[in-house]
Design a protein around this ligand. Structure first.
Ligand SMILES: Nc1ncnc2c1ncn2[C@@H]1O[C@H](COP(=O)(O)OP(=O)(O)OP(=O)(O)O)[C@@H](O)[C@H]1O
Ligand SMILES: [Mg+2]
Length: 442
């Protein structure tokens, strides 16, 4: 079943066209003006729009232009009066699928045309999907701590469990969330993001749940919320630690009971979405301060995954730089850009407080600054590794203290896996156990 919008100011034509397509099993929505059509198209997603050309208010041609601009994947068929073929030709030039002359006498012809347009829509979707597949960012580049993360994400992806991604800014939480979506049975559905930090509380509520016409000043028409747009797909709540308490209560109910209402609405709508949340805050601390609901925390922390900071997975820095540099080569159209070994070494040793995002920015800036195709140390101005690593180590008096610290760091980077930590430290598992016992590390 496809979703089709039929737009015509003449009621008779509208319902004739709608009926023709409904009998084919499609869901058809009608609009009497171009303005109404645009509002509807923005609120719900249609596969095909069939619109009259000449209407009071905005014309069919303008509807076509706006849709081409905002939703290029939607197919548009135009209805034209006899003798207005030159308009129709112009419409085809602007990307309409085809046109039908009025009066529409043959339902069969109309259905056939609609089916062909819908076929093209499906093809576009498949192409888009494969393209996304090919450009999927690998998460891990060999660092043991990231291999563990990728493994965990792959396992949870096939379930519908809520995932909580925790990690410093720029560690790739959004990249990880998209990867979970892509690996999940919901991959064909939408991946919808809401950043809880950037929207005001009122806006956030109507963004999430949508609103009915007249729900508040400015609500001039009904709007579907992001949760509705994510039906069948994945919903990513970014920076969930910033969400206000009142809204947390409402979110809790959606996650728990899988239902919600639009703002100002009474109809209960089912929420068929998979939840992924991310934060760079310590939510337990937020709970203690009374800023985060404990019950919501337990709902979203079903499967917590920690994204390690870049400085704790230095093995990733060079291969990751190569991936990022590849993107930059394409963006800047400079296919021969490369790093000197000196520059690479400096990248490997820098502190990266801004993690992968900072690495990407540094590479991009350096690429722009470099005159030739070779990026050298001079083009970077990096925070050296010792600025904080060494601060922490300054108060270590003895070799044993340094060793203890290294072990603790490796364990936390490996999320407690002794095997991974031992590999990272370059010692045997047996040795690691001995040292843990000797130092009383739990
Ligand atoms: N594994 C990766 N491969 C390639 N690029 C990556 C990878 N991880 C992160 N990046 C890039 O680093 C940048 C930051 O990633 P992302 O937005 O996912 O981080 P974040 O953890 O959500 O950060 P914040 O908490 O600030 O929102 C993006 O440009 C992203 O494309
Ligand atoms: Mg993010």
């Amino acid at each position: 079943m496809s979703r089709i919008l039929v737009v015509d100011d003449e009621e008779g034509i509208r319902s004739f066209v709608a009926e023709c397509l409904q009998t084919e099993g499609h869901a058809v929505v009608q609009a009497a003006t171009g303005d109404e059509a645009i509002v509807l198209a923005r609120a719900e997603s249609f596969d095909l729009v069939i619109t009259d050309l000449r209407m009071p208010g905005i014309s069919g041609l303008e509807v076509l232009r706006i849709l081409r601009d905002e939703q290029p994947e939607v197919e548009v068929i135009l209805l034209t009066a006899h003798g207005a073929v030159s308009d129709a030709v112009e419409a085809m030039r602007q990307g309409a699928f085809d046109f039908v002359q009025k009066p529409v006498s043959s339902p069969g012809e109309l259905r056939l045309l609609a089916e062909r347009a819908l076929e093209r829509r499906t093809l576009k979707r498949i192409v888009e999907h494969t393209r996304r597949d090919q450009t999927r960012t690998p998460l891990s580049y060999g660092a043991p701590s990231m291999v563990a993360v990728e493994d965990a994400l792959g396992k949870v992806a096939v379930t519908d469990a809520t995932v909580l991604l925790v990690g410093e800014s720029g560690t790739g939480k959004e990249v990880a969330a998209r990867a979970v979506h892509e690996m999940s049975p919901r991959a064909k559905g939408a991946f919808v993001v809401v950043n809880c930090a950037t929207l005001s509380e009122n806006l956030l509520e109507s963004e999430l749940f949508g609103h009915e016409k007249g729900a508040f000043t400015g609500a001039t028409s009904r709007k579907r919320g992001r949760i509705e747009l994510a039906q069948g797909g994945t919903f990513f709540l970014d920076e969930i630690g910033e969400m206000k308490l009142e809204l947390q209560a409402k979110l809790l109910r959606v996650i728990e009971e899988r239902v919600f209402e639009r703002v100002g609405g009474t109809r209960t709508i089912e929420a068929d979405v998979r939840w992924i949340a991310a934060t760079n805050r310590n939510l337990r601390e937020q709970i203690k301060k009374g800023h985060f609901r404990e019950d919501l925390y337990h709902r979203i922390a079903v499967f917590p995954v920690e994204m390690p900071p870049l400085r704790e997975r230095r093995e990733d820095i060079l291969p990751l730089s190569e991936t990022l540099l590849n993107q930059i080569r394409i963006d800047l159209k400079r296919p021969n850009l490369r790093l000197t070994s000196h520059a690479s070494e400096q990248l490997r040793q820098a502190y990266w407080s801004g993690n992968v995002r900072e690495l990407r920015n540094a590479l991009e800036r350096a690429a722009i600054l470099s005159d030739g195709e070779i990026i050298d140390v001079a083009q970077f101005s990096l925070e050296p590794a010792h600025s904080s690593d060494a601060d922490a180590e300054d108060d270590c008096q003895t070799l044993q203290e340094l060793e203890q610290r290294a072990i603790i760091r490796a364990l936390s980077a490996a999320q407690g896996s002794r095997k991974v930590a031992a590999a990272q430290l370059g010692i045997g598992l047996r040795t690691l156990y001995d040292k843990l016992k000797r130092y009383g590390i739990d």
